[in-house]
Design a protein around this ligand. Structure first.
Ligand SMILES: Nc1ncnc2c1ncn2[C@@H]1O[C@H](COP(=O)(O)OP(=O)(O)O)[C@@H](O)[C@H]1O
Ligand SMILES: [Mg+2]
Length: 217
């Protein structure tokens, strides 16, 4: 369902930070993405979330050739991907409610359905009392949980999570993993960048490892 062929990525004409990456992710698969800091995990996430296009190589997602798509069709494709960014990317001028509701609003869900979905996920993730609060008034862990809620609320076809438990205590980290596992069981493909050895041991999945911008076997 997602296929990268001989991908290279450079930023602003600099050196390649991802080199000759070929990768197939089947629908319903679950992979960890590991590698030292600077090895290219976030860059690979940017390609997989179509936030960036590669400098060379091909990308196919859900049967579409991502590179030759129009901007509008690419944006449409992006709506099927849930992303938890390492730096959260919550919108600071919006309440937590509006942040979490955003993907459902973009796909034109009726407001009464949005309301119950936002309340359900916010309560489950321990943010039910903060829905009127703006992100900057929340702790790092609370912001991370809000970013997780926003990414999963559409039950996306493909979920990308960049070190999503980095600011959470162990119990919350486990709880979030159970959420990802449930989504995965209902068909969502997951790629999860993490350094958390305990999670990787508890919830077993194949590991993709990056080293200096290359996938190592
Ligand atoms: N926006 C950017 N502009 C220029 N260089 C970048 C940018 N983002 C990452 N890099 C560089 O790409 C390489 C891989 O970084 P990154 O993908 O963030 O790795 P990781 O997430 O594994 O720490 C690093 O050398 C980093 O400095
Ligand atoms: Mg990173």
């Amino acid at each position: 369902m997602i296929k990268l062929s001989h991908i290279g990525l450079r930023y602003d004409g600099g050196p390649e930070v991802l080199t000759d990456i070929s990768l197939t992710l089947e629908q319903g698969s679950f992979h960890y993405l590991s590698g030292e800091s600077g090895s290219g995990k976030t860059s690979l996430m940017r390609l997989l979330s179509i936030a960036k296009l590669p400098s060379r190589g091909d990308v196919t997602m859900f049967g579409e050739d991502v590179i030759s798509l129009t901007r509008i069709n690419r944006a449409h494709l992006r709506q099927q991907i849930g992303v938890i960014f390492q730096d959260f990317r919550l919108l600071s001028h919006l309440s937590l409610y509006d942040n979490i509701a955003l993907p459902l609003r973009l796909s034109n869900h009726p407001e009464h359905k949005i309301k119950s979905a936002v309340k359900d996920i916010a309560n489950w993730i321990g943010l039910g009392d903060y829905l009127k609060t703006k992100p900057l008034f929340l702790s790092g862990g609370q912001q991370q949980r809000a970013a997780i809620a926003r990414a999963v609320i559409t039950k996306p076809k493909f979920l990308l999570a960049d070190e999503p438990t980095g600011n959470l205590d162990d119990d919350m980290g486990q709880k979030i993993m159970v959420l990802f596992e449930e989504l995965n069981k209902s068909g969502t493909s997951v790629v999860l960048a993490t350094h958390n050895k305990i999670l990787m041991k508890t919830f077993k999945h194949p590991v993709l490892t990056l080293k200096n911008g290359e996938l190592v076997k």
